[in-house]
Design a protein around this ligand. Structure first.
Ligand code: MN3
Length: 196
């Protein structure tokens, strides 16, 4: 069953001035689509490898699945982390857990921004739930999958590949990541946290 590109939960021009229409069109329609296509292709090739009993390309195929699956998953979550009606602070169970694991919301915000701004090259800032310890953790991902911590369920992700912000912010990554908090969809993130 091939993977499909999910629709954005808002129109391409809905997040202005945080992100322009062109940025979202390219990001969703080309970049995210590229990961979906790459994942489908890699899975098709794996099926062929099993059929032909030829695993000579297994290393490249495992790499392609890890990269493209993680890219598809993170983008699918990323779109739901933003809303034209977003902003403010989390509430309910998520707010309580953030206070427990990060002292308070301003400290959490500061650590998340610091970690995300410091991603080396292309990658993501990730807030995830670690079920082994029952706590929230902030981690970095390089590309889509490197530096990952096993077991973590991503709850909130922020894309800091240059394609995510360059048209609107040029090289000012930290201006983009701070503005992300103006459109952040705490309701959807809170629901994902409770599911995790
Ligand atoms: Mn991206």
């Amino acid at each position: 069953m091939p993977h499909e590109l999910p629709d954005l939960p808002f129109e391409y021009d809905a997040l202005q001035p945080f992100l322009g229409e062109q940025t979202l069109q390219l990001h969703h329609g080309r970049h995210h689509r590229g990961y979906v296509d790459g994942l489908n292709q890699a899975e098709e090739e794996l099926e062929g490898a099993r059929r032909d009993d030829d695993f000579s390309r297994i290393r490249a195929l495992c790499d392609a699945v890890a990269f493209n699956y993680s890219g598809h998953l993170f983008h699918s979550i990323f779109w739901t982390c933003m809303s034209p009606d977003g902003g403010g602070e989390p509430s309910g169970a998520l707010a309580e857990q953030i206070s427990k694991d990060f002292e308070d919301f301003p400290t959490f915000r500061e650590q998340f921004l610091a970690a995300t701004n410091a991603v080396q090259g292309s990658g993501w800032g990730v807030l995830g739930w670690q079920p082994l310890d029952h706590k929230l953790e902030i981690v970095q991902a390089e590309k889509h999958q490197d530096l990952a911590q096993w077991g973590i369920v991503p709850v909130m992700v922020l894309d800091v590949w240059e394609h995510a912000y360059y048209l609107d912010y040029q090289n000012e990554r930290s201006r983009f990541t701070e503005a992300f908090f103006d459109v952040i969809n705490w309701e959807a993130i809170g629901e994902r946290f409770e599911q995790a």
